[in-house]
Design a protein around this ligand. Structure first.
Ligand code: AHR
Length: 673
């Protein structure tokens, strides 16, 4: 990108510049800076941006999935979180009644082979006799993940496994946070539950409370065992188990891909705690779950490989599966012993896209998806390039995958941006974390990368540290600058995603994040809203543009042609980040365009800014820093616009030009014909 000033294109443009006071912005103040941007809208300058360019990176971090996107309301539903030694901690389950009324412990009597822990509840009181149970009963309750969001009129399916040598009469209730207000209740009555019995109860809520809990109570003496207690709202996205509001936040980004399930979560602090896909598929009751030792919480693995692939399909995004390559933070499998893990990954690919008659394709089909999932990309590990066994292990995975599935694109952890990789790969994974200034500067990182090697996948980028707050405007602007640089380099960078994606506000393990939620609320940080400016870039056409300024203005810009879904309407979008603290008067020229091709009516500008760089959104002010769209009456081939200090602006010019021809595209239709 050039930074030297360039003369304006003729007298006419000077007159336009002098006459147009754009959008009432301040002009002519001493602190104002001047800059110019020239866009070449010719066919020769046009280049297609990959359809996968901007996507999302989902990691099981900050309770993103467990207690987040996955709508399960019960935390530690199988009582496995306390470990395999008994008696174990059953947190966050708690007791209703003291030790004169009941004794609760765990044992290994579950009917599920891979998760043997069950809860044993001995009720000492009775409905008659010397030790009468309280009228409301005794038992256990589960507060979910910092409260269950129960909404009036909505239905919840409770599934549980129960066993008792005597007859049972158990109340299953959703109550307010202190148990006093009953929002929904039903009774399980059985004369014979002597062997493990699966019970299903449908509860319809008569009230709302975002901090509700699930209670299992009785007034009858005896011993009852419980296991795998689940409560799910019926109202999830397509019934697929994804919390609707959080799913919608993702869908609104129209991601080209979704990378999952991490991040460091893939690795584990120890290999024994890493994500192993075979433990995450099949009936939910039979999944063992595992301790997410990187981010310090238990996950029941309801969001397993099948659900991630389904999520990708529901989002219309390509799945990118990051698998453990035999390396964790602290231990590694030697390359000479890696073949069983290589086979496990080949089995996983067969699970995703194998024929329903294949061994693992059959399991997928039995879970409800006979058609293969469209898995085209896999990543070998996360941030492992420097590890002793990485290259050796990588090569084993690479050659096995390529020989079984030649079309699958394999992503290496090693950086190929500044020098060629010493191993074969289709992509290399590149992570960007830093303070705002350094992330903004990295917009030029790929300018000098060799154009003929593997493509870059910037799978994690974020502004971190104190000046990022919990996700403020400053961080969003720096990231916008980075993304503009990646867009301009989209011949060598094919995919990019922000990380982390989600944070449950009650368990902020990594800061900042794009989407903040609790049991009932959600908002996007400025960085989330910044990503909206790029969602039309996937599959769009990039034009060369040249930016110049009269001083060290902190500007960066790009120009694309994007197509409205109706296939008829096209917009020329110019995005500009003003990372500096001065107002900038920007003169824009669009070359090689018919003189009447821009229609002011229908053109718009969208701006992300705020009164302070440190401004953030919150549950109380979710829309403090969001994009604001307004008509762009001054739209034309020559425009003079003012860029607010610390702002990100998109100018969307409605175009009817038939002269803009796009490589690999048909010409744009002449709207008048
Ligand atoms: O995005 C958060 C973490 O940052 C990821 O788990 C890891 O890959 C990176 O270090």
């Amino acid at each position: 990108m050039s930074s030297s000033p360039r003369p304006c294109d003729g007298l006419l443009f000077f007159l336009v510049v002098l006459c147009v006071s754009f959008n009432g912005s301040a002009t002519g103040t001493e602190a104002n800076q001047s800059a110019w941007l020239s866009v070449d809208a010719s066919q020769a300058s046009a280049r297609k941006i990959p359809k996968t360019m901007f996507g999302i990176s989902f990691e099981e971090i900050n309770h993103a999935g467990t207690g987040g996107l996955w709508a399960e309301l019960v935390s530690n539903r199988g009582f496995e979180a306390g470990g395999e030694s008994i008696p174990s901690n059953i947190y966050p389950w708690s007791l209703l009644g003291d030790e004169s009324l009941l004794i609760v412990s765990t044992d290994r009597s579950s009917c599920f082979e891979r998760n043997k822990i069950a809860l044993r509840m001995e009720i000492l009181c009775d409905s008659e006799g010397p030790n009468i149970c309280p009228a409301e009963g005794v038992g256990i309750y589960n507060p979910g993940y910092w409260g269950m969001n129960i909404e009036q009129g909505k239905a919840y399916r409770v599934l549980l496994y129960v066993r008792s040598l005597a007859s049972i009469n158990i109340s299953v209730s959703l109550t307010g946070s202190n148990g006093l207000e009953t929002l929904a209740t039903s009774n399980i009555v059985s004369d014979d539950a002597s062997s493990w019995t699966k019970i299903e109860v449908l509860l319809e809520a008569i009230g709302s409370d975002p901090s509700s809990r699930l209670q299992l109570t009785t007034t009858r003496k005896g011993v009852i065992w419980f296991d795998q207690v689940s409560a799910m709202p019926l109202d999830t996205f397509k019934g697929h188990g994804f919390r609707n509001d959080l799913f919608q936040m993702l869908a609104d980004l129209r991601p080209g891909f979704i990378r999952f399930p991490g991040g460091s979560f893939v690795e584990g602090v120890w290999l024994r705690n890493s994500f192993r896909w075979k433990a995450t598929v099949g009936p939910w009751e039979e999944r063992p779950g595992h301790f997410n030792d990187v981010w310090h919480y238990w996950t029941d693995d309801s969001l397993g490989l099948f659900e991630f692939l389904q999520l990708a399909e529901d989002l219309g995004a390509f799945p990118i599966w990051v698998f453990n390559d035999g390396i964790s933070n602290n231990d590694q499998i030697e390359t000479s012993k890696i073949l069983p893990l290589v086979q496990e990954i080949l089995d996983g690919i067969e699970f995703a896209r194998g024929d329903p008659n294949s061994t693992w394709g059959y399991i997928r089909a039995s879970m409800g998806h006979p058609e293969p999932y469209d898995l085209r990309y896999v990543a070998v590990g996360n941030q492992n390039c420097g590890k002793k066994n990485y290259r050796g292990n990588y090569l084993k995975f690479y050659s096995a995958i390529k020989s079984a599935y030649p079309d699958i694109k394999v992503i290496s952890n090693c950086d190929g941006s500044s020098r060629p990789l010493d191993h074969p790969a289709d992509f290399y994974d590149y992570h960007v974390y830093g303070d705002a200034n350094s992330v903004f500067s990295l917009s030029h990182n790929f300018d000098h990368t060799a154009r003929n090697g593997p493509k870059a996948f910037v799978s994690e980028y974020a502004v971190t540290g104190n000046n990022a707050g919990k996700g403020n405007l400053l961080a969003a602007l720096a990231q916008a600058g980075l993304l503009i640089g990646l867009e301009r380099n989209s011949d060598v960078v094919e995919m990019a995603s922000n990380a982390p994606l989600f944070v449950n506000a009650n368990d902020r393990r990594f800061n900042p994040d794009a989407i903040v939620f609790d049991s009932s609320q959600v908002y996007g940080t400025p960085s989330y809203w910044m990503q909206h400016f790029f969602k039309e870039s996937n599959g769009a056409t990039l034009f060369n543009s040249t930016l110049g300024a009269n001083s060290a203005a902190s500007l960066t810009a790009s120009a694309i042609l994007w197509k409205y879904p109706d296939d008829v309407t096209y917009y020329l979008r110019i995005k500009v980040v003003n990372f500096g603290s001065n107002m900038v008067n920007l003169k824009i020229t669009i070359d090689n365009l018919d003189s009447n091709s821009i229609q002011a009516n229908g053109s718009s500008q969208t701006i992300l800014k705020s009164s302070s760089l440190m401004d953030e959104n919150s549950f109380t002010e979710p829309n403090k820093v969001i994009p604001i769209k307004s008509p762009l009456k001054a739209a034309g081939k020559y425009m003079a616009v003012s860029l607010s200090p610390h702002s990100f602006t998109s100018f969307d010019l409605l175009t009817k030009s038939q002269t803009i021809l796009v490589k690999e595209h048909v010409s744009i239709p002449n709207l008048s014909s």
